[in-house]
Design a protein around this ligand. Structure first.
Ligand SMILES: CC(C)(COP(=O)(O)OP(=O)(O)OC[C@H]1O[C@@H](n2cnc3c(N)ncnc32)[C@H](O)[C@@H]1OP(=O)(O)O)[C@@H](O)C(=O)NCCC(=O)NCCS
Length: 159
């Protein structure tokens, strides 16, 4: 319930359907004096660069800090913990409108065309252009940042 309250406040929409739809979910929580102040989820997803192998990807969802506690480094800390927990994955990815926040932490904007994979079909998602960021982990193959990138389809916001 605390997670739903925090994310619903931060995203100004009911976050319940999102949390419920996420599978393979790991929660990272930051508490201050017993209160949940910041949160991020790791979701396991499958990204493909061009025609390369499927990359087991640590995907960021729901990064949120309680309004009253922003600007104190909590989200920075939970994102650092995200990277620590993601070390065994092949790749890191997320979709955001807040590039600046993630760029400071080493994330890079993907420049190539974006797709979702559904029923063996590639569906172009030009509306996501400029929103998807990636993180290189120890197992990440060499990146061509301008290559096509696809992710498995899901009901709520494929990317
Ligand atoms: C984005 C969010 C999680 C940041 O939480 P926070 O705990 O205040 O973040 P931190 O204190 O760790 O970091 C804040 C720093 O990031 C910077 N920052 C925050 N948003 C930024 C942005 N969009 N672009 C550039 N810098 C940004 C701040 O200026 C600050 O920099 P400073 O440390 O040099 O002063 C919080 O504002 C939030 O919950 N927003 C609503 C939900 C949201 O947008 N989530 C991310 C969407 S994917």
């Amino acid at each position: 319930m605390e997670i739903i309250a925090l994310t619903t406040q931060a995203f100004t929409k009911d976050y319940t359907p999102y949390i419920k739809s996420f599978t393979n979910l790991t929660h990272i929580l930051a508490y201050l004096n017993g209160k949940l102040v910041s949160y991020v989820a790791i979701i396991t997803r499958w990204i493909q660069m061009s025609n390369g192998p499927l990359l087991r990807t640590a995907y960021v969802e729901g990064l949120a800090t309680d309004l009253a506690f922003r600007g104190n480094g909590f989200a920075t800390q939970v994102m650092r913990r995200f990277i620590t927990e993601a070390q065994d994955y092949d790749f890191g990815a997320l979709a955001t409108g807040s590039h600046g926040f993630y760029e400071r932490l080493g994330w890079r904007l993907w420049e190539g065309p974006l797709y979702t994979r559904k029923d063996n079909e590639l569906i172009a998602m030009p509306e996501e252009q400029g929103c998807v960021m990636v993180y290189t982990l120890p197992k990440t193959p060499p990146l061509d940042i301008a290559a096509p990138l696809s992710i498995e389809w899901r009901e709520l916001e494929p990317w």
